[in-house]
Design a protein around this ligand. Structure first.
Ligand SMILES: Cc1ncc(COP(=O)(O)O)c(C=O)c1O
Length: 421
């Protein structure tokens, strides 16, 4: 039994009121994290406090507006700490990752010329595909696709190498797949792209709840994430290099600031969500301090400690789940299953059964109070290329508040379903 399980799981679970939910006399098992995680009390309280203490628009000279501006500034710093950036002005808040990516793709595309090229991947969520493909079409830019390998469904880097050229303006790629749980070697991808002066736009939405984002080490140019996937409210965040955020012209209304990050934050953002987002980062940092006993660890260091512990625990959960699934006849797992390679994947496991429809399996689990997702979860290119449309796969998404006992419950339902046919 690992340290996290013995000391931290109960501590964490107690902070999530939603995990108390009962379904037909049993606790609900939230294995739907990749579609949206639950939120701890600290987030709920911070958002309530924003409304009670300082609900105001930006830039006023009076008390609530000043206090609100101060909190928002602190939130920019918290998100800079989360992604490993120095400069809080490099953090842009928006409605969600998809909307931010549409805004940035349109703006960046204005700097492209006909005949330029961009690269997208068949492993990505459509939010990091369609905005780029549509922007490319608007500007007569050529789109190249990188496929995944048929063996373990990881990205085909040789194909990427073959598609990069002096004409490549942008590579759009995910840090981790929300369909397979596979982690992409983004540092290597950035280095490959930069040899041709191509920019790299990373989708860290699926990476966020499981690993430490590090824009400085990865050397990417843009990175987008969504805090409702890592224990926060519905809020999109984009980090971009200062010079790019400054140089690329934004679509904005005239009175809005022409400085960063304001020039990218169209309209009045959800202040309460931004403050809630800061609180979810502090929740994660608190885990790092608790698990290490380093009470005074600065936030970035505490986040690193948290994700080390979370990663170890989630790998143990994944190992247990994969072992259990391997014992059930007819189950196919889409992603890395080799125990020695668990460090190359997160705890998101998509499956099909050769005789049970995906919807039926997800419904049986729902009836037993076990929440999983089914379909393509917008990783449409992946399910399409594998001929899995329209049913898709059942996705079991584990995060650090999930338990081995919940996996046992899931395995029992899936086994019964498989035996009953
Ligand atoms: C990997 C990935 N990228 C992007 C998105 C889109 O995020 P948002 O809902 O914030 O637009 C999702 C949402 O499921 C996702 O899983």
């Amino acid at each position: 039994m690992g340290d996290f399980e013995t000391t931290m799981v109960d501590y964490c679970r107690r902070q999530f009121p939603a995990l108390q939910r009962q379904e037909n006399g049993r606790s609900a098992a939230f294995l739907d994290g990749p579609a949206g995680t639950q939120v701890p009390l600290g987030v709920i309280e911070a958002m309530t406090r924003y409304f009670t203490d300082c609900n105001a628009n930006e830039g006023g000279l009076f008390g609530t507006s000043r206090q609100s501006d101060d909190w928002l500034q602190q939130a920019h710093q918290a998100f800079a700490d989360l992604v490993g950036a120095e400069d809080p002005d490099e953090i842009v808040f928006g409605q969600n990752m998809t909307s931010l990516t549409y805004a940035f793709s349109r703006a960046l595309a204005k700097t492209w010329n006909a005949g330029d090229e961009i690269i997208v991947t068949a492993l990505d969520h459509d939010a990091n595909i369609s905005p780029w493909v549509q922007a490319a079409a608007d500007h007569d830019v050529v789109v190249h696709w990188v496929d995944f390998k048929s063996t373990d469904y990881t990205l085909d880097l040789e194909q990427l190498a073959g598609k990069l050229s002096e004409k490549t303006r942008l590579v759009a790629v995910g840090c981790a797949s929300n369909a397979t749980g596979g982690i992409n070697p983004v540092k290597q991808i950035c280095s490959m792209a930069h040899q041709y002066n191509a920019l790299v736009y990373l989708d860290a939405v699926h990476f966020g709840p499981h690993g430490l984002i590090d824009v400085a080490d990865w050397d990417c140019d843009f990175l987008a994430c969504s805090s409702y996937k890592f224990f926060g409210p519905h809020l999109g965040t984009l980090w971009g290099r200062r010079n790019l955020l400054e140089e690329v012209p934004a679509y904005k209304v005239r009175p809005a600031s022409s400085r960063i990050p304001g020039k990218w934050m169209t309209g009045t953002p959800s202040h309460e969500a931004i403050v809630g987002g800061m609180a979810c980062i502090d929740y994660l940092a608190d885990i790092g301090r608790q698990v290490s006993g380093q009470d005074q660890a600065p936030r970035r260091q505490a986040l690193q400690l948290a994700f080390e512990a979370i990663g170890e625990y989630e790998r143990a959960l994944t190992h247990y789940l994969l072992e259990g699934l391997a014992r059930i006849p007819g189950i196919k797992v889409y992603g890395i299953t080799e125990p020695s390679q668990l460090d190359q994947r997160f705890s998101t496991v998509s499956i099909t059964h050769d005789a049970i429809a995906t919807t039926d399996l997800a419904q049986r689990l729902a009836d037993a109070g076990i929440y999983v997702w089914h379909g393509n979860y917008y990783a449409l290119e992946f399910t399409d290329r594998l001929g899995l449309e329209p049913e898709g796969m059942v996705r079991i998404g584990l995060v650090h508040y999930n338990t081995f006992a919940e996996i046992d419950r899931l395995l029992e339902v899936v086994s019964h379903a498989a035996v009953a046919i």
